[in-house]
Every structure is written in C-alpha cells, then in structure tokens.
Design a protein around this ligand. Structure first.
Ligand code: ZN
Length: 470
C-alpha cells in the first residue's frame, strides 16, 4: 500500500511483514504447503535472544545508512534505541537501516546503492532464499515520505510453513524532509528518537513470535513512547500523561465516539493482525481501514496496555502492586506480562489456511499471560471491562476520566530512571519467588492510581497510524 505525503507530521510506525513471493518451499527435504497470504500463523516462534543491557558485546546492533544520512539524526536514533534497550534488554539480530530523505527536486538514487543491497541480504529468508529487494524503501526516501517499520528475517526451521523470526532489520527514513526547500521540520530529532523507541519495542516483542495481536504490538510500542517522552536525555520533553493527552486519548475518544462503526473497538478488532487492505480477515470480516479506526491499534492499544497495568496493580495490591516496569521486564509468572508468554509449550495447533495468528485459545500463549497478569479469567472479559471503562453505556468518558487509570508522572519518571540506571551496570530480571495466583475476577473501575490532570491538550495533533504498511 502506498502512502501519500502529508504536510502535517504523521507518525507511521508499523510492524511489517516482508512482501515476498509465497508458495511451496522446501525445507530439509519437506515440501511445505502454500500459505494463505498474510493471514497465516507463520511466525510461531522466534530464535531471537535477549541479553542484559550491561552485557557488552552481546547482541550489538548493526547500523547501515545511505550516503548522506544526517549524523545528528543517526545520533537521535541511537539515543532512542539506547533508552529502549536499557528497559527491555538487548535483542539479537537487530539491524537499523537509515534512509536519508530527499526533496522532490534533488533526487539521487545512487546514494542508496549500498544500503539497498545490504537491506536485501538482511531480509533474505533462510527458508525461501528470497530477500526484500524491491525499491520501495529507496523510492519513499527519495519522495520524502516517512517510512518507518520493523521487518523480520525468517530463520530456518523444519517446522514447515511456520518459520521463526530470526532477525529484525528495521527501516527508519528521515522523514519530514519534504518541505518545499528540502529542509527538516524543527522537531525531527525528537521524532527520530521516538521512532527508534517504537521500532525497537517491536524487536523485543518479536522475541515471542508473532502470534501477538496488533493492538498489543502497536499499543505496547506507543505506550513506551509515552514512558520515555520525559527522559532527561531528550528535548523537547513531555510528561507521560502529557504524551497520552497529546497523542493518544483524543484518538481513543474519536474512535469510540463513532459508536456506529467503532463501538467496542477492542472487542471487535482485538484479534486482527491488520496485514493489508485486500487480505481476508477473520470474523468479523471487516477492518477499520479508515484513518480513524486504524489508529485504534496504536491508541486504543496504548490505553488498553495502561488499563491492564492498572488492573494488575489493583489485583495484586496485597502483593506489592504492579507497575509498567513489571509488565515489561519481570520474568516472574503473574508479575510480568511479556516474559510470561509461553512460547515453548505451543500445544495449540493452527490450520495455516484458516486461522488467524492472534487466535490463540484462551488459557494459552499471550492470552494466558495477560490473564495471569491482570487477574481476569479470560481475555474476552478483559476486553469487555475495557469497553465498559472507555464508554459505559455507549457514553465515551472524558479525557480526564480516561487518564485516571494512568500511573502518575512522578511514579513513571522515578521507576524508569531507577530501572535504567540499574540496568546500565547490572543484569535485569533477577529471579524472585512467584507470587500466589490471582484472587479472581476484577470489578469494573478499580483504579489504582488517580492522576489529577490539568494539562491542556496540545494543539499539535500527531496522527498516529494514519497509514499502515504491511
Ligand atoms: Zn509499530
């Protein structure tokens, strides 16, 4: 899907599947069946590893850039990656491809010769031998389009048709350059840092394969944008709640205010992998391909992540509560979310031609991890409670009421600083005893931390997820 250039900043960050030639592939003497377009659970596992941030020399990132990529923007990308690595650890196989934007009047394709061939090699599937050697990245860069996504490289596995994510090459184009004079917008350095945090989060998430639904992938990445928006190594800074107000909550309210199309958005689109406009989708066989609805993956998703942490905190009050640090980093069952996803015991079986990647059965995979973390009996119940929270009886709550579930700015800042300072010198995820099982279902509205808000909405609205490329 092609994008158009917009004159307002557009944050376009996605997890992308490589568009490659599909068809029977031969692996270790087996002939694999054809797959059903992008509606396929091919990423059952990953071979990605996560090393502690302090493990110097482990899982270091490779950077490649086109000839004239601005060094200050590369530095901004490195800043964002470094922030995210301190929280999430160092994911193996990450390579960052930096494409310089060009103005429409000064195009020079030769600047991309080396990076194009390096991109092809970085994405070459170990299963099919194909690489992503089309000219899309280069063309978008030359047209000044903003093109930012995390791709993947298939690792070779004998598990026919269910390849593993073996590496995560990502593209960051120095967008916003296509003002008429070819210069950059003032906040482009900050945008590069935000892009880097977002895409690196996807690399971390892909450690658990790609059975994760899009709202959790994109919402999780946007949530961490907010977490790091007030880090003291960047400017301009924005508080956690300020980021939610400026970039997330208005979109959530817009979506849920369209009750005709988007009532119960999370319930409706929660299992959608959003892999392309023309592809078949699971029941309900619809997708929110309008800008407003598609933005839900990013914005409803981010609020739903905050909601999960809020519920977990309430559910485990007697056990020390829960924070975003637990959600992202704890390796203890029922305390953390990501590290509790079971990718070893995948005893549920998908039919490649029928099922949807995120159609993990209740009680398995990410659904079990989410229920264990939040205390809900089922993900369906979690969704239902979220809908009731956002729009009780179809009446969408105010931004202030929605923000009431957020962890406080002070708490986010101090927890983040404390954790990343420690991560720089010590190994994260120390072993602890597992807490007792959750007591059971939660009631609606048990907010753990009330955050009074007096922040005025920013007049500059960044449209999250206006374009999705899969
Ligand atoms: Zn994304």
């Amino acid at each position: 899907m092609r994008q158009t250039v917009r004159l307002v900043p557009v944050m376009m960050m996605t997890v992308s599947a490589i568009v490659s030639i599909s068809g029977p592939a031969t692996v270790a003497g087996l002939t694999c069946p054809s797959e059903s377009g992008c509606n396929r659970p091919r990423f059952k596992h990953s071979t990605l590893t996560i090393a502690p941030y302090a493990a110097v020399g482990s899982n270091e990132i490779t950077y490649r850039e086109s000839e004239n990529f601005p060094s200050n923007l590369k530095q901004s990308v490195e800043t964002g990656i470094d922030m995210a690595q301190k929280l999430l650890g160092k994911v193996s196989g990450v390579s960052v491809f930096l494409y310089e934007s060009q103005s429409s009047t000064a195009q020079d394709a030769s600047a991309y010769t080396d990076i194009d061939s390096a991109w092809c090699e970085a994405t070459r599937s170990e299963i099919t031998g194909y690489c992503s050697n089309d000219s899309t990245n280069r063309e978008k860069a030359m047209e000044g389009e903003n093109n930012v996504y995390a791709s993947h490289r298939d690792a070779c596995q004998s598990d026919c048709g269910k390849g593993a994510v073996g590496a995560v090459p990502m593209v960051i184009t120095s967008g916003f350059a296509n003002k008429e004079d070819g210069t950059y917008y003032d906040d482009v350095e900050n945008q590069m840092t935000t892009f880097a945090i977002h895409e690196y989060t996807h690399a971390f998430q892909m450690h658990w394969g790609k059975h994760i639904p899009t709202w959790l992938m994109e919402g999780g990445a946007v949530f961490l944008e907010a977490v790091f928006s007030n880090d003291n190594s960047r400017a301009p800074r924005e508080t956690f709640s300020g980021y939610f107000n400026s970039h997330i909550l208005k979109k959530v309210r817009d979506i849920y205010s369209d009750q005709t199309n988007f009532a119960n958005w999370l319930t409706k689109f929660g299992s959608d992998r959003k892999c392309g406009d023309s592809d078949p989708h699971p029941p309900p066989n619809i997708m929110p391909n309008e800008d407003v609805g598609a933005a839900g993956y990013y914005n409803v998703g981010a609020l739903a992540v905050a909601f999960a942490i809020n519920k977990a905190n309430a559910n485990y009050t007697a056990n020390g509560g829960r924070t975003f640090i637990d959600f992202w980093t704890s390796t203890v069952a029922r305390k953390g979310f990501w590290h509790s996803i079971d990718v070893v015991d995948n005893d549920y079986v998908f039919d490649d031609m029928v099922h949807w990647p995120s159609e993990v059965p209740e009680g398995k995979g990410w659904k079990k991890a989410l229920c264990d973390f939040t205390g809900y009996a089922t993900v369906e119940a979690f969704y239902a409670d979220f809908e009731e929270f956002v729009a009780p009886n179809g009446e969408v709550k105010s931004a202030i009421d929605l923000a009431a579930i957020l962890e406080s700015d002070d708490s986010v800042d101090s927890l983040r600083s404390e954790f990343i300072n420690a991560a720089a010198t010590t190994s994260p995820n120390a072993c602890e005893a597992a807490p007792p099982p959750p007591p059971g279902l939660l009631s609606v509205g048990s907010a753990a931390t009330f955050l009074p808000l007096n922040t005025v909405f920013s007049l500059l609205l960044l449209f999250l997820g206006g374009f999705l490329v899969f």
